[in-house]
Ligand binder design. Structure first.
Ligand code: TYM
Length: 328
């Protein structure tokens, strides 16, 4: 069985973008792949985090993974910082990465271009740690949204470089980016990614938003003045985004939705999308609250950590031997 791995940072609350671009696919793939899904809390601290919030957000990611349908019988769910091999291989990967290639990573480039101050060294070497996450488990595939594809491509280069230098060690992973929903856009600026860190909360739907509030956000989503419902992301990014959200939640082909809306107005489309989001969040949050109450998250993580550590340890030993760290 081919192996798959992915993770999400517990920075802020998870968004509908995280669900559609990532978690929904993890759930779909868990029957056919050996699946590893983790909480990337070591990546979270590349920007300053409040301790209490980080703890809450981390617990929430676990509970939301389970509420969205990840099954711990099928998927190994673990916490990155509890499997210390990530930090160790992360360092080795940092030493295997060139400054130039890290400088080309868009996340880092965007932050520096905006003139942000206080960029940490961790943020710069973030992709090297991400490579370690993936390579420790010999993942064949890495399901991610569009924004993370570049990091998986760097991982491939680092793995090939290591294999060439030290002999066959790592599986070369492939990014898996879904055809629909790999980038969900802000409801207020549909040319920008919907993101946990967006300044305008009206642009982002949090998975833990009150369903009625989320519906309102859809109703006030920015569209255009063309008045035609068609899937034209360049010309009508707002409408394309709403169509993508609906298709991802109800499983209907976008063409089919467009055909249903021939001659109809944006208000009607927004109403249907708003209702789909409302229903989705209502059901999800019922499960989330049950999971939080049951205390299931702790057991899932303990078992997941153990299983992940078993694989990570074996792999790291092999790497250490190859590079000359094991001397006796
Ligand atoms: P993160 O936490 O930013 O995002 C988690 C996943 O959600 C996807 N995503 C989106 N997809 C569609 N539309 C959006 N608006 C949207 N926003 C986020 C992301 O593409 C991602 O798949 N570096 C990673 C975490 C990570 C990781 C890894 C992932 C660390 N190590 C190893 C895979 C493998 C990150 O910051 O994702």
């Amino acid at each position: 069985m081919k192996r798959m791995l992915s993770g999400i940072k517990p920075t802020g609350r998870l968004t509908l973008g995280n669900y559609i671009g990532a978690i929904r696919n993890f759930v779909a793939y868990q029957d056919d792949y050996e699946m590893f899904v983790f909480i990337a809390n070591m990546h979270a601290i590349t920007v300053a985090q409040d301790k209490a919030e980080l703890k809450k957000n981390t617990r929430d990611v676990i509970a939301l993974y389970l509420a969205c349908g990840l099954d711990p019988e099928k998927t190994t769910i673990f916490l990155q910082s509890d499997v210390h091999e990530h930090a160790e291989l992360g360092w080795i990967m940092t030493c295997n990465s060139y400054m130039g290639e890290l400088q080309r990573m868009t996340q880092y480039k965007d932050k520096t271009a905006k003139g942000e101050t206080g960029i940490t060294a961790g943020l710069f070497t973030y992709p090297s740690l991400m490579a370690a996450d993936i390579l420790l488990y010999d993942a064949d595939y890495v399901p991610v949204g569009v924004d993370q594809k570049q990091h998986v491509e760097l991982t491939r280069n680092l793995a090939e470089r290591f294999n060439n230098r030290y002999g066959d060690t790592f599986t070369i992973p492939e990014p898996l980016v879904a055809k629909v929903g790999a980038k969900i856009y802000s409801l207020q600026d549909p040319t920008k990614k919907m993101s946990k860190s967006e300044d305008n909360p009206k642009g982002t739907i949090d998975l833990l938003d009150e369903p009625a509030v989320a519906r309102k956000k859809i109703m006030s989503a920015v569209t255009d003045s063309l008045g035609i419902i068609q899937y034209e992301p360049e010309k009508q990014p707002g409408i394309a985004n709403l169509l993508t959200i609906l298709s991802s939640l109800n499983g209907e082909e976008i063409d089919h939705i467009v055909a249903r809306y021939e001659g109809k107005g944006y208000g009607e489309l927004k109403k249907e999308v708003g209702q789909a989001v409302f229903d989705f969040l209502t059901e999800l949050q019922i499960k989330y609250h049950e999971i939080i109450k049951s205390g299931a998250a702790e057991k899932v993580i303990k078992e997941g950590n153990e299983k992940a550590s078993y694989f990570a340890h074996k792999k790291l030993m092999k790497v250490k031997k190859k590079i000359g760290f094991q001397i006796f």
